[in-house]
Design a binder for this molecule. Structure first.
Ligand code: COA
Length: 170
């Protein structure tokens, strides 16, 4: 499905060398003001600290690469609190122009496999209730809806509901 792009899109664990390109991808998707709660990426140094922490802790973070350019990401942050250490929070995004051709499924599958391998029991996320494409992907890989937070998001003068979803590794 990805052959509409020149060259193969690889899905790989993130490395330090990807940080600047990941920051750019995160910023680009955030600035769409439509899908993420972030409206712009945090400063590059904060993103670098975050990524280095994910790598050092062995928390799953994968990127989709077109040559060396990050065009998508998926990460699962494990909770630090001991009583919640079996839980991780998933975030993901794909740059416009690379969507709807199977990359989301490839990215989330690789990241969930890694989460299972490190012993997580529960992966959770929040998604804008009007993001039907993301909700469809999450349900296809096993997430279930757990609740609705009404008017949880406020962007450009509009309130949006947020759906809490989770997947349990049996
Ligand atoms: C949401 C997102 C990650 C999905 O990735 P994607 O590469 O576009 O999606 P895929 O091509 O992998 O499609 C996933 C599946 O959902 C299906 N799907 C896509 N849109 C759908 C829709 N509106 N309704 C029902 N199913 C849909 C696809 O057919 C596919 O199913 P299949 O694997 O059985 O063929 C991506 O579109 C994206 O990053 N969007 C913007 C940012 C965002 O929404 N991030 C998530 C915030 S919670």
């Amino acid at each position: 499905m990805t052959d509409r792009f020149p060259g193969a899109i690889n899905i790989e664990p993130i490395r330090d060398a990807h940080v600047e390109s990941f920051h750019k991808a995160l910023d680009t998707v955030s600035r769409e003001r439509r899908y993420l709660t972030l409206l712009e990426a945090p400063p590059l140094d904060n993103v670098r600290t975050f990524v280095r922490g994910m790598i050092a802790s062995g928390h799953p973070q994968y990127v989709a690469l077109n040559d060396d350019e990050v065009i998508g990401w998926c990460d699962i942050r494990r909770s630090e609190r001991p009583s919640h250490a079996h839980r991780g929070t998933l975030g993901m995004g794909i740059v416009d122009g690379y969507r709807d051709c199977g990359l989301g499924r490839r990215l989330i599958t690789a990241t969930l496999d890694a989460a299972r391998a490190i012993g997580l029991r529960r992966v959770e996320l929040d998604v804008h209730a009007n993001n039907s494409r993301a909700i469809a992907l999450y349900e296809k890989v096993g997430f279930q809806r757990e609740g609705l937070a009404r008017d949880a998001i406020f962007i450009d003068g509009r309130y949006i509901d947020s759906i809490g979803m989770a997947l349990i590794f049996e």
